[in-house]
Design a protein around this ligand. Structure first.
Ligand code: 5GP
Length: 117
């Protein structure tokens, strides 16, 4: 059996994290190195390594991650047109992925520049 990823260990409470939401499909917790006043990671409990390896069967899971991020953005007061937030999914080396367990970054609380570096 392959070793657990860091995020599987957070799901299993082997590593502590500041968890703000959990349901049967996903977990959401604060990023340990926040890039903005609000920086939340939303991850599936199913260990999908990255978006590029998701399958058609993961449609409900992927939708659930985005809708959960939306709900958290609302709860944090970020979802108005006047403030806003950014969703990021890094995929692979060039995409800046460092943890091989699919995760949606929800970032907000400051004005974010574009394009990304
Ligand atoms: P990636 O670079 O793969 O898109 O994002 C991985 C994210 O996980 C980074 O933003 C990083 O700060 C965060 N991270 C790495 N290790 C931990 C940890 O042990 N706990 C938490 N809460 N976040 C982590």
């Amino acid at each position: 059996m392959s070793e657990k990823t860091l995020f599987e260990r957070i799901i299993d409470r082997e590593i502590s994290a500041d968890i703000i939401h959990e349901d049967e499909v996903c977990l959401a917790f604060k990023d340990i190195a926040p890039q903005a006043p609000f920086h939340i990671l939303v991850i599936p409990k199913k260990p999908i390594p990255r978006l590029g390896e998701a399958s058609d069967e993961d449609q409900n899971t992927l939708g659930h991650l985005l809708l959960t991020a939306r709900s958290i953005a609302h709860d944090l007061g970020l979802a108005d047109k006047e403030n806003g937030f950014r969703i990021v999914i890094n995929n692979g080396k060039d995409g800046g992925e460092t943890v091989p367990h699919l995760h949606v970054h929800l970032i907000g609380g400051r004005s974010l520049s574009w394009p990304p570096g």
